[in-house]
Design a binder for this molecule. Structure first.
Ligand SMILES: Cc1cc2nc3c(=O)[nH]c(=O)nc-3n(C[C@H](O)[C@H](O)[C@H](O)COP(=O)(O)OP(=O)(O)OC[C@H]3O[C@@H](n4cnc5c(N)ncnc54)[C@H](O)[C@@H]3O)c2cc1C
Length: 672
């Protein structure tokens, strides 16, 4: 570690072979594997060549998010149900816009990484013969899902971090990424603001110079106002765009029902126990059984509440004929009217709450009236008790405990919910070694755009593990363990960090925008126009609002009163650029006549009417399943981003005989 002076600032320089940005499940796993690959190659001080850099070790979706039983998706491990990697890849690509080579690599790598987690100590349940137990998750035709409980991804992080610590790999905490240093061909360093060392005149600037970079900074959760992403999960999408990375499928975010006081998904058992769902006025009065106005019978309504458990993400293809995603629409409708929506586990669903409102022909709730799929599952799990909370206690006690840990007692109070942004299937484009369009920069975890229009629940965690394994393998075998030389790229570093410092100095003089207002404006706009309900004219207006915000930031700056405000100003600036990218992608896709797909519905005056509402939606344009929307930063264009369509790569079908394949492996041809 050394320091240099740039402008008036003392800047600390660190040098590593590989810098990993993000300490979630994907980033931490990359560190573990890279250390192991380097060590296997005879590198004695592998731990000194790798660094993990994060804005907060306790932050991020992996460590802070979950659900009733947070899901890990892998190839089937049932003793009697056969599965294959090709079948798995077909599930991942089924709804289109997914590269087949990534899907196959995720399929093949899924068991290796699953057992890697088992070895690391994640308590995935198995039976007395050692068979790991599975269940059915969203968009999953088999029972490939498994779980270690509500906090699976937190456990993954903790187990993998134990290994990172054991190996002696350094984790730099409290480092807000502020810039990626580029040479035009490569990214050669990460500039951070060390939040611990911000002082009166010290901007806390650190530079992590590297030969290889693994970006694992997660999804852009802070883009949305109504969100179940953990607070402060910002990501670094804007910075990655500025550095030249291309992104794919940004339009394919997932939205679904989640609790808002404590941000948590209410999927799986929370829905399968069929709680009462009601709305109230802003003060909690005037309770209404609003779902009953739209479903023809209690059996249909209760069965669809049950199905929401494993049809969790909002899916516009599950609205017609009173299917489970009608519930998301109706919840959203209520919240749009300024009402609040709750799940009440103390009571079964009611039919009618007000005279003349609702479906007076509905019978009272009775478990035996449920449709076969719901009734069969509740019988199988023994969850036939009188009330939802008793059924939940029988089916999944940890799902109750997690709320208790956060001050919410489901035995005593209802749980407020909303349709929230949860995950982005899209992200930065990678090849089948998770290398981006910039050589030696890899993107893994949620920041990588590896999923298509739909993904099975749990596939995000699997993709993060497999991607980080593959990136580490490629770095160790192709780029090697060399350290950056002391004199390399000094000019670029000094120039680019000089710009940053000048920018912050001007922000300190600025009486312009406040970071908090910039972020609030972005979140408001993204939730209103880039959420689960979209309309082309509205999206166009939102895009021009987002571009206008960028130019206001350029002209007026973001006011910084003290150096402590620098991290939020940094976040506001790059989130603003990220929001332009997302909106540009949305407008571009809608302009191609895309229609409703994945987890968003597209409004259209001549579309299908949702009975009882004013909404009409356009059906999916299936032709676009074979076309992925790719977005790249182009600052000279009026909309700041260039969009193009690329054709998804197919699932590789070539299977070589053992000897030639072995030769390819020995000669390293597999990395070509
Ligand atoms: C409520 C909820 C439930 C979910 N349930 C499931 C599920 O059941 N199954 C499944 O597969 N997926 C699920 N997901 C998605 C999954 O949890 C995430 O996609 C995954 O954990 C992301 O892991 P990651 O390592 O890529 O990023 P994260 O875990 O988000 O980690 C990001 C890291 O980057 C750091 N970072 C972020 N921004 C910056 C910055 N500006 N500067 C420096 N560092 C930064 C963070 O501090 C953190 O260390 C769920 C998500 C949510 C929100």
């Amino acid at each position: 570690m050394e320091s240099i002076k740039i402008g008036k600032q003392k800047v600390i320089i660190h040098r590593y072979n590989t810098v990993i940005v993000g300490a979630g499940a994907a980033g931490i796993n990359a560190a573990v594997h890279l250390y192991e690959f380097f060590t296997q190659k005879g590198i004695k001080d592998a731990q000194d060549r790798i660094a993990v850099v994060t804005a907060g070790l306790s932050l991020g979706a992996s460590r802070m998010s979950g659900s009733d039983k947070q899901t890990y998706y892998k190839m089937g491990t049932s003793p009697d149900v056969p599965d294959s990697a090709e079948a798995f890849a077909k599930t991942l690509t089924a709804a289109g816009c997914c590269h087949g080579d990534l899907a196959l690599a995720e399929a093949i790598g899924s068991l290796r990484e699953f057992y890697h987690l088992v070895q690391a100590g994640v308590p995935f349940p198995h039976d007395s013969t050692g068979s790991f137990l599975g269940y059915k998750t969203d968009n999953d035709p088999f029972e490939r899902a498994t779980s270690a409980g509500p906090k699976t991804s937190k456990m993954m992080c903790e187990c993998l971090q134990r290994q990172v610590v054991h190996y002696g790999i350094k984790i730099y905490d409290q480092q807000e990424v502020a810039h990626l240093v580029t040479t035009g061909k490569r990214i050669i360093g990460v500039v951070t603001i060390d939040k611990k060392s911000l002082k009166a005149k010290n901007f806390g600037i650190n530079i992590f110079q590297c030969e290889n970079l693994i970006l694992a900074a997660g999804g852009p959760g802070e883009l949305y106002k109504t969100s179940v992403y953990p607070k402060n999960q910002t990501g670094i999408h804007g910075l990655a765009f500025q550095a030249g990375l291309a992104a794919e499928n940004l339009t394919e975010s997932q939205f679904g029902l989640a609790s808002t006081k404590f941000r948590w998904n209410v999927s799986g058992s929370y829905m399968q126990v069929i709680p009462r769902i009601f709305s109230s006025d802003a003060n909690g009065g005037d309770e209404r059984e609003f779902l009953a106005d739209f479903f023809p019978t209690m059996s249909k309504m209760a069965t669809n509440i049950f199905l929401k458990g494993y049809q969790w993400p909002f899916d516009p293809q599950r609205i017609e004929n009173c299917q489970s995603s009608l519930i998301d629409i109706l919840v959203f409708n209520e919240t749009q009217k300024g009402r609040r929506v709750f799940m009440d586990f103390r009571k079964n669903p009611y039919a009618v709450s007000l005279p003349g409102v609702g479906n007076s022909s509905m019978k009272p709730f009775a478990i035996e009236d449920l449709e076969a799929e719901a009734l069969g599952y509740l019988r199988k799990t023994g969850a036939l008790q009188k009330t939802p909370i008793e059924r939940l206690a029988c089916m999944n006690q940890p799902a109750i405990d997690i709320y208790k840990e956060h001050g919410i007692d489901l035995w005593k109070e209802p749980l407020e919910i909303a349709v929230c942004a949860q995950h982005n299937n899209g992200g930065f484009a990678v090849n089948h070694w998770w290398e981006s369009n910039i050589p030696r920069t890899f993107v893994v975890g949620e920041m990588a755009g590896t999923h298509g229009v739909k993904r099975p629940g749990g596939a995000a965690l699997n993709s993060g593990q497999v991607g980080s394994l593959r990136a580490a393998e490629f770095i160790a075998n192709v780029y090697g363990a060399d350290m950056p030389s002391k004199n390399s790229a000094t000019k670029e570093i000094k120039t680019q960090v000089g710009w940053l410092i000048a920018g912050y100095e001007s922000f300190m003089e600025s009486k312009g925008l406040k970071a908090k207002d910039v972020i609030a404006e972005i979140q408001q706009r993204m939730t209103a126009s880039a959420g689960h309900i979209r309309e082309i004219n509205d999206a166009r207006k939102a895009l021009s609002g987002a571009i206008d915000l960028m130019s206001r930031i350029k002209q007026e700056g973001i006011a910084i009163r003290s150096t402590k405000d620098i991290p939020s100003a940094v976040r506001a600036e790059h989130l603003a650029l990220a929001s332009v990218a997302y909106l540009k992608a949305i407008v571009s896709l809608l302009a191609q006549g895309s229609g409703s797909r994945g987890s968003h519905l597209v409004l259209s005056p001549d579309g299908v009417h949702i009975a009882g509402t004013e909404l009409r939606f356009k059906l999916e344009n299936e032709e676009l399943r074979n076309s992925i929307l790719r977005v790249k930063y182009a600052p000279k264009l009026p909309d700041l981003f260039h969009c193009e369509n690329v054709t998804p790569r197919p699932i590789p079908a070539q299977r070589k005989a053992f000897e030639p394949a072995w030769k390819d492996y020995r000669l390293g041809k597999i990395y070509e």
